[in-house]
Design a protein around this ligand. Structure first.
Ligand code: CMP
Length: 158
């Protein structure tokens, strides 16, 4: 696979939707040069959240996390680019907003460990699973974009 076509999943969480931050967050990914190849709003429900956060099932915060994630619709986005998984995690910052550097999404907009504005896939393997958890194949778009030639050097485009 072309290495500039790595994909990752971002969930813009209910706190960001309620706080009118959708545009601000999408803008940060766009201006970095990440390509939006899927985007939609959806209401998350128990079954999907139990699957998505199954690794947190035994944690004390699991019930609260589900309640929060169901409290309003979320926006799910698939972003594409060279090392997209790692790059998007840098842009988001660490889990706890209070500990995140200024300039990151969580550092700039979150005071919380749970209400932390975004979720981003943590590896290429989990991105693959997470993308198909939230998107059907016909909701993902493979299209040429005019800024591509000015985002990457020749060897990075291969
Ligand atoms: P996310 O990146 O979506 O992955 C798991 C989520 O669980 C995390 O962001 C937070 O929203 C939440 N979370 C992680 N740790 C804690 C914690 N200690 N207390 C409450 N919520 C947490």
């Amino acid at each position: 696979m072309n290495k500039s076509k790595e994909r990752t999943l971002v969930i813009i969480k209910p706190d960001a939707v309620q706080r009118n931050l959708l545009g601000e967050i999408i803008k940060r990914f766009e201006r970095k040069g990440l390509k939006i190849v899927g985007l939609k709003m959806m209401q998350l429900e128990d079954v999907m959240l139990e699957e998505h956060y199954s690794h947190h099932k035994d944690k004390a915060f699991f019930f609260g996390l589900k309640k929060f994630m169901e409290s309003a619709p979320v926006t799910v986005i698939v972003l594409e680019g060279l090392e997209a998984v790692k790059t998007v995690r840098f842009i988001c910052g660490p889990t706890c907003g209070r500990e995140a550097d200024a300039g990151t999404i969580r550092g700039d907009f979150s005071m919380s460990r749970q209400l932390n504005i975004v979720h981003a896939s943590d590896s290429v393997e989990s991105a693959e699973k997470e993308i198909y958890r939230f998107f059907n194949t016909d909701e993902l778009f493979d299209y040429p974009k005019i800024d591509f030639d000015f985002l990457y050097s020749d060897d990075e485009k291969e």
